[in-house]
Write a protein that binds this ligand. Sequence first.
Ligand SMILES: Cc1cc2nc3c(=O)[nH]c(=O)nc-3n(C[C@H](O)[C@H](O)[C@H](O)COP(=O)(O)OP(=O)(O)OC[C@H]3O[C@@H](n4cnc5c(N)ncnc54)[C@H](O)[C@@H]3O)c2cc1C
Length: 491
Amino acid sequence: MRSITGKENIEDSCANILTDESNLAGAWCDIAVWPETSVEAQAFIQSSAKDGVPITVSGGLTGIAGGALPEGGAVVSTSCMKKIEYEDNGLIKAEAGVTIEELQRFISSEAGQFFYPPDPTEETASIGGTIATDASGADSFLYGSTREWIQKLELVLPSGKLLEIERDQYRFEDLMCRHPDIGTLILPKLSRKQSPKNAAGYYMHPDMDLIDLFIGSESTLGLITRAWLKLAPVPSFLFDLTVFPEDFVSFWNLFENLLNTGDSLLIRAIEMMDDRCIDFIRSHSGDFPLPPENAHCALLLRAEAWNDDQLDEALTAMDEILEKSNVSSETAWGGFEPSEQQKIRDFRHALPESVNHIISEARRECPSIHKLGSDGAVEPSKLREYYFRTREILEERNLPYVIFGHAGQGHIHANALPHSLKELVLAEEAMREIAAAAVEMGGTVSAEHGLGKLKVGFLSLMYTENEIKGMESIRRVIDPDCLFSRSLKFP
Ligand SMILES: Cc1cc2nc3c(=O)[nH]c(=O)nc-3n(C[C@H](O)[C@H](O)[C@H](O)COP(=O)(O)OP(=O)(O)OC[C@H]3O[C@@H](n4cnc5c(N)ncnc54)[C@H](O)[C@@H]3O)c2cc1C
């Protein structure tokens, strides 16, 4: 197993493990290791546990909340754990370091009739990282988050114990679950239902499956070394349509009409980019297509059909909805061809990439600047109200920003783009207020990125003191010395 010790040696020879997409500065560690097998990872974690060394787990480092950045101790990187196999039972067995891109390539060569639905846009994300954050993507509107696609996990617990947990093997009953190797876990009673799309705190439902506690636990409950992934059959037709409404009134009409389509249209994804995004993309040249001249904002729709009749019905429904919403299809992009679909994907990806670029540029002038994006979600029917409240909070502070995201799930990212320390402080204040606004509307402070280091303070906006204490007790059963990802999940 490759390893490097010494803070300076690590900074000199593998500084990449000290940065991720959060752009947070100040990460450091004393030792970094790259296990190639679960057994190597286990041996290292066992000896670290004996010596009381804190551990940070590092995957593809595409995380936005800084969860994979160490604050001393050891980093265990999964980037050399790359084995992947197609099992007879239709599952894919993948080690934690396999990236989404590698997985997709493997599936198209070995099991082309299937696909793996979780697709968090950034294809260099690792399987382990996407499970630890319960990542979602555009298609989660129809297919749910990563959680839905995990059949079994192999984990190294903070104690160094290596174990497998399979779905339907252990369940909570009346908030309690006993596992011979883990102990007795008791869930806190929640004062309100968790949002359907939620990445803040642990997943908690009174009769849930034990495997679901580990999914989305942001590495606070151990290292995921391997996962058995479920696949979905590829539909007969998949079509993308990106329309560019000329004003907000028609955009919101279209959005709300789409939410009420019923069965005539099998929608996979409804994504949005607001007017600020369109202006921002226009002003940043790159290897991506530019929106039409009169576009005010964009709505990206993806739908599927399983036979010709269903396709005809869907296309007719789509035309009717566009007409009813007063949105023209003349300037729309889309179709069935992979090249059109790639064009839309490039367009969608251009935005977070350009935001990251701007933040990196701003950091040259002011090193404390980091990425500041909201991740809240509300009921889709309340999205219009949440969107305008978000905008108001940013505009009250005169901050530059863009807002985009997974509209179909009531989930948007407002990215503030601070250029100075003063704007950074204002943006931090705004992010907290936006998170509180989501909670006030019955939603969540984080729907997919997790709270990481950046937003751990938002937990108390959403959970009571007792609920937080209850989650902390679960963590202490599994990691009594709090060695794994110490500063994550709880303030
Ligand atoms: C341009 C861009 C677009 C994005 N779009 C989306 C999106 O649409 N949806 C979405 O959900 N996310 C999105 N993200 C965020 C990011 O891709 C996801 O959070 C992803 O799941 C992180 O995976 P990773 O392997 O990079 O994890 P890392 O960044 O390495 O780590 C993230 C967290 O997971 C933990 N972790 C990593 N591997 C393991 C493991 N094997 N065992 C236990 N814990 C582990 C880390 O300790 C850390 O807490 C986007 C990011 C970028 C840069």
